[in-house]
Design a binder for this molecule. Structure first.
Ligand code: FAD
Length: 401
């Protein structure tokens, strides 16, 4: 094998390229990125970068110098338009055809947008890229009012950052709780309390009925009858997999490019990893994971399998979010069917919530208790047997190791 081509230039691409070199691959490694920047990580975009506490350069994962020293050819501003599987080439927007022996698709996902009255308005933003973050940051002015549409992770983090910057912040959410797809109801309710204590107004079970303004949206009328004056609107209503390239090439897709546990698509020469990959485990439905840790580890696993290592991906479910001074971390199965929950209270509002299934620790949420996570990882990897409520009551969690 001589040429590995990676489409997409984000977290997964950087991890895969680096792993190929670490594993001793000496052939060509090319990253094709449609963006103008060397691969960077996105989590700071809604946090430190938006707030101005970190600059854009601090997000870089694989800079020019590092790429050169590892002989990784990063081609910026190059959008892959099509994959010709018979000829094993990637077609670029420029008309060039780039040959590959193995191809890795890491095209990630894009922010879901709102059309209709929201389309083309100058104060409506979404947040996915460095450019999005720069545009949003420029609009965030202390004293002004920011509205987050959607109480998912990004909408909540942006609202928290806005409050930290001295803005007014409101969150509007259709569902009856925060982060409904990923947080259990009890934890969502506690997170809502944190937001209201910090002065963010959260409207649950609420729709936007109408908006006012011409080039900008100036007022928003909610289904609860309230009308808000707004200055900046952030749409945080989820992400859509960038899987069209795979679908058009005839690869199996199902809300993402379907891969097996070796990250192989339905074409054995093509792999996928990160936000775009929908992994099938056993008989289950293929599932996408949108997280930093998954992009990092899944892409490294894909790189090893490209090199023929035949190592199934051990799913990394770790996720974190920072809102105000609160750090939330999650791992494993946090809502096990038929399982139970043990809660260890920390200082103030902090707690760690353990999930137990069949007598074993299978997952946890650390709410303002980041130091517990390292211990939990080790307890879970050891298959910790929960025989009493020591997880909740032991004076020191690490003593259980
Ligand atoms: C604002 C924000 C905050 C986040 N915060 C957290 C957090 O706190 N914790 C956490 O665990 N996760 C967080 N995430 C999620 C995490 O960043 C993603 O899961 C991760 O970036 C996925 O990496 P990826 O490489 O699969 O995709 P991406 O990082 O999205 O990279 C894909 C790249 O491919 C490019 N591309 C797409 N199509 C083509 C094409 N045809 N040709 C060439 N290039 C193409 C895209 O432009 C992009 O540069 C956050 C995400 C965002 C947006």
């Amino acid at each position: 094998m001589e040429q590995v081509v990676i489409i997409g230039g984000g977290q997964a691409a950087a991890s895969a390229a680096r792993t190929l070199r670490e594993e001793g691959f000496e052939g060509g490694v090319t990253i094709l990125s449609e963006e103008a920047y060397y691969p960077y990580e996105r989590p700071p975009l809604s946090k430190a970068v938006l707030q101005g506490a970190a600059d854009a350069n601090s997000t870089c994962l694989l800079g020019e110098e590092a790429a050169r020293s590892q002989n990784i050819n990063v081609r910026l501003g190059q959008r892959a338009e099509a994959i010709d599987r018979d000829r094993k080439v990637v077609k670029l927007a420029s008309g060039e055809s780039l040959p590959y022996d193995r191809l890795l698709i890491t095209t990630g996902s894009r922010a879901r947008t709102l059309d209709g009255a929201f389309a083309g308005k100058s104060n409506v933003f979404c947040l996915r890229s460095l450019d999005d973050a720069a545009a949003l940051k420029a609009a965030m002015v202390p004293g002004k009012h920011l509205l987050s549409i959607g109480a998912g992770w990004i909408g909540l983090e942006v609202a928290a950052t806005a409050r930290k910057m001295g803005m007014q912040a409101t969150v509007v959410e259709l569902a009856d709780r925060l982060c409904g797809r990923s947080l259990p109801a009890d934890v969502g309710a506690l997170l809502a309390e944190v937001h209201s204590e910090q002065g963010t107004v959260v409207h649950l079970n609420t729709e936007i009925e109408s908006v006012g303004g011409r080039d900008r949206i100036e007022t928003v009328t909610l289904s609860n009858g309230q009308t808000l004056q707004v200055d900046v609107i952030v749409v945080g209503i989820g992400a859509i997999a960038n899987d069209a390239l795979g679908r058009d090439a005839g690869l199996e897709t199902a809300n993402g490019i379907v891969v097996d546990e070796f990250l192989r698509t339905s074409d054995p020469n093509i792999f996928a990893a990160g936000d775009v990959a929908a992994m099938r485990i056993g008989e289950g439905r293929p599932a996408r994971m949108e997280s930093w840790a998954n992009a990092q580890d899944q892409a490294a696993a894909a790189a090893r399998n490209i090199l023929g290592k035949e190592m199934p991906y051990a799913v990394n479910t770790w996720f974190w979010s920072d809102q105000y001074d609160l750090n939330i971390q999650m791992i494993g199965n946090i809502q096990p069917e038929g399982g139970s929950v043990l809660v260890r209270n920390g200082e103030g509002k902090a707690f760690t919530r353990f999930s137990v299934a069949d007598g074993r620790l299978v997952g946890a949420i650390c709410f303002g208790a980041p130091r517990d996570m390292a211990i939990i990882r080790r307890l879970m990897s050891k298959g910790y047997l929960v025989t009493d409520d020591a997880l909740a009551t032991a004076p020191e969690l690490r003593k259980l190791l």
